[in-house]
Write a protein that binds this ligand. Structure first.
Ligand code: HEM
Length: 339
């Protein structure tokens, strides 16, 4: 079994594309999914040192349009959160492309080739070009990604195993685009910024528990289960920004074998743990998007299953001209405003 490359060294450049697929374009997408490995190879083979890597995710409602197969157990639409002070919206997304490399030109070329195939069939809901800032820092100036699981712990955190054997080797990914109020953030003394994150800014050292505030980002994202084991996710956040519009932010992307772990973190951040004790990073960061995807194995994509009953009625049963017609409701579950 070949898994998509979730675990990868931090990239210098990333391109995130969240798309919705037009009704009736399911078969075009099926062809693109089946060709994704070869499209990636045709770009990466020419510049092997760039370590081009593309992960593809499929949203819950689109899964139902594409496949007759049951949904992977953890695949459902992103659960929006409405907290006392902050909210995490759920936004449309049928497909995610998470493209990483050492340089943006390579990410751009692969994404362009995919989009050439999808033109007229998909709508870009969000496109974010992320860059790596100094020392792996985000635009808040803190090193981001330090406590990611390493070695064998990384695939263990990310890959579905026996809990859902039909989809073993796949994973789940949640993306959220955050914008930062860098003016308000910059007005905070550095000691106070460190108390927001829970780590020192220059040396990136975690504060001892005795002094780390309970509303710090690190405290609220440290999830210990009933057996005393820390539940980990794999993050690959990227800064993005535009000077003209003064839109500065962090594109959050987290992979996990169990999306419930990321969802618990989000509840801690937005609703608070205990309730009302929300993450102080949100006083300076606003979630603009939120979508959950299943990321299948490479084998699944290379040999992508055939259409579900809703997409290919003629193959399911012979047409009986006298039978009453049924509205098969292709894409009928869709509520996205983008359509
Ligand atoms: C505004 C967006 C975000 C920014 C700027 C941000 C930044 C950071 C930084 C600077 C750290 C400390 C260094 C590290 O270990 O990486 C961190 C840790 C962490 N963040 Fe975030 N983060 C953001 C959103 C999120 C979200 C939405 C989640 C989960 C749903 C999350 C989960 C975590 C986890 C699990 C850790 C490691 C905690 C530990 O074990 O020490 N982050 N983040």
């Amino acid at each position: 079994m070949v898994t998509q490359q979730f675990v990868a060294p931090p990239a210098r450049a990333a391109l995130f594309l969240v798309l919705t697929v037009n009704e009736g374009s399911e078969e075009v997408v099926r062809d693109v999914l089946a060709d994704l490995s070869s499209i990636t190879r045709s770009v990466s083979f020419r510049i092997p040192d760039d370590e081009l890597n593309c992960v593809l995710g499929i949203g819950a409602e689109f899964w139902d349009r594409m496949f007759a197969l049951p949904r992977p157990k953890g695949l459902h639409p992103f659960v929006p959160l409405e907290g006392p002070r902050h909210s995490a919206p759920g936004t449309p997304g049928d497909l995610l492309l998470h493209v990483r490399a050492h340089h943006m030109d390579v990410c751009f070329e692969l994404s362009r080739q995919v989009m050439n195939r999808l033109r007229g069939h998909a709508v870009v809901i969000d496109e974010t070009h992320g860059f790596k800032y100094f020392d792996e820092r985000d635009l808040l100036g803190f090193v981001d990604g330090t406590e990611n699981p390493e070695g064998a712990a990384a695939p263990a955190a990310v890959l579905i195993d026996d809990e859902d054997p039909d989809y073993a080797g796949g994973s789940y990914v949640i993306v959220q685009k955050y914008t930062h109020d860098l003016g308000a953030w910059g007005a905070l003394p550095i000691e106070e910024q460190e108390r927001v994150i829970g780590r020192s800014k220059l040396e990136d050292v975690e504060m001892p528990d005795a002094v780390k505030p309970v509303n710090s980002h690190v405290h609220l994202n440290t999830i210990i289960d009933a057996d005393g084991v820390q539940r980990q996710i794999l993050r690959d956040n990227m800064p993005f920004g535009e000077l003209g519009t003064e839109e500065f932010g962090t594109y959050f992307i987290g992979y996990a074998a169990d999306p419930g772990v990321i969802e618990q973190m989000l509840r801690n951040m937005f609703l608070g743990s205990p309730p009302g004790n929300t993450d102080r990073i949100l006083d300076f960061s606003t979630a603009r998007t939120g979508t959950l995807f299943f990321t299948p194995t490479v084998d699944f994509l290379d040999d992508v299953p055939g259409p579900g009953p809703a997409a290919a009625p003629a193959e399911v049963a012979p047409v009986d001209a006298d039978a009453p017609t049924t509205d098969l409701g292709i894409g009928g579950l869709r509520t996205a405003a983008a359509h």
